[in-house]
Ligand binder design. Structure first.
Ligand code: C2G
Length: 134
């Protein structure tokens, strides 16, 4: 069984998130997704709209996701890879090169991001919509 892992915040879940998760899952037979906790997002400098409980529940509900674990810090990846018997680590290519050190533990694959959508763009679109209304 080829096991894949990927990490992310997955706030305001959107098509780009779905694409990376489905494409990550398609590289193997089992997908583990580590969802950033609210505390870790504070360290990443990200303020989430949805709390961890909701973000992880949405990810867990996807057909392509087999297991969800919390991402509490930057340092847990090697341990996650070992304890989940991971064969492939996947991230979007905005992270290209940043996780090459994990090649000591498993294959590292960067998949190209889905263009034209991001949590930030969604927030900006809503802001524009609301100001247009006034
Ligand atoms: N993504 C994508 N296309 C988009 C937006 C996001 O492929 N249009 C991918 C990102 O490249 C990432 C995943 O979706 O692989 C999750 O993105 P975020 O929720 O923004 O996660 P991030 O803040 O990058 O956290 O330790 C790693 C971090 O937890 C990653």
């Amino acid at each position: 069984m080829k096991k894949v892992i990927t990490y992310g915040t997955f706030d305001l879940f959107h098509y780009g998130h779905l694409m990376i998760l489905e494409r990550a899952r398609a590289l193997g037979d089992y997908l583990v997704v580590a969802v950033s906790t609210d505390e870790f997002n504070a360290i990443k400098g990200k303020i989430c709209t949805y709390p961890y409980e909701h973000r992880s529940q949405i990810v867990r509900a996807l057909k392509c996701v087999d297991k969800v674990i919390p991402e509490n810090n930057w340092e847990q990846k090697p341990q996650d890879i070992r304890s989940n018997d991971i064969n492939i680590f996947v991230m979007g290519d905005d992270w290209k090169g940043k996780f090459d050190f994990l090649e000591e533990y498993c294959d590292v694959v960067y998949l190209n991001r889905t263009e034209g959508i991001s949590t930030t763009e969604i927030k900006n679109n809503i802001k524009e919509f609301l100001t247009d209304d006034r």
